[in-house]
Design a protein around this ligand. Structure first.
Ligand code: IDP
Ligand code: MG
Length: 155
């Protein structure tokens, strides 16, 4: 299948503590994306530095790091056609007060520092972030039963 991609998605501690994991998973599932890995865990400082390496020097990084380490994160890998850009559009703008209604952040959050969810911003970031959090053997191979009706070219 052309354009088949995998992306890394993380429900941040604010999302987990607010009980929004099911809401996030439900939205991605209903879109037609396939969950291929998931793990609920606390992230180590080393892992947070690696995950957010492009932001380490930014002024907000200390508060970002302390929030991400303050509670459990739901780490996931999702697969589908154009999955990276599709998930970014479902997630919405970084600042939830500017995020469009209908998006996860637009519907569920108010504050940039508590914006519920992370998603990879490019195929390159996705490959790096998936490898950072998951072993190859963590990625589960199966077929969604609705795949034949999700994509035109499977008919
Ligand atoms: P993204 O999550 O939409 O990709 P990034 O710019 O990559 O946004 O920033 C990573 C995370 O850092 C954001 O999701 C948010 O939690 C936090 N963040 C970004 N900019 C700010 C800011 O100006 N103040 C506080 N937190 C910020
Ligand atoms: Mg980002």
């Amino acid at each position: 299948m052309t354009g088949l991609e995998r992306t890394f998605v993380m429900v941040k501690p604010d999302g987990v503590l607010r009980g929004l994991c099911g809401e996030v998973i439900g939205r991605l599932e209903r879109k037609g994306l396939k969950m291929v890995a998931a793990r609920l865990t606390f992230l180590s400082e080393e892992r947070v530095l690696d995950q957010y390496r492009e932001h380490v020097q930014k002024p907000f990084f200390p508060s970002l790091k302390s929030h991400i380490m303050s509670g459990p994160c739901l780490l996931m890998v999702w697969e589908g056609h154009n999955a990276v850009s599709v998930v970014r559009r479902l997630v919405g703008a970084t600042n939830p007060s500017e995020a469009v209604p209908g998006t996860i952040r637009g519907d569920l959050a108010l504050d940039t520092g508590r914006n519920v969810i992370h998603a990879s911003d490019s195929p390159e970031s996705a490959a790096r972030e998936i490898a950072l959090h998951f072993a190859r053997t963590d990625l589960v191979d199966y077929t969604r039963i609705d795949e034949p009706v999700l994509y035109e070219w499977t008919e």
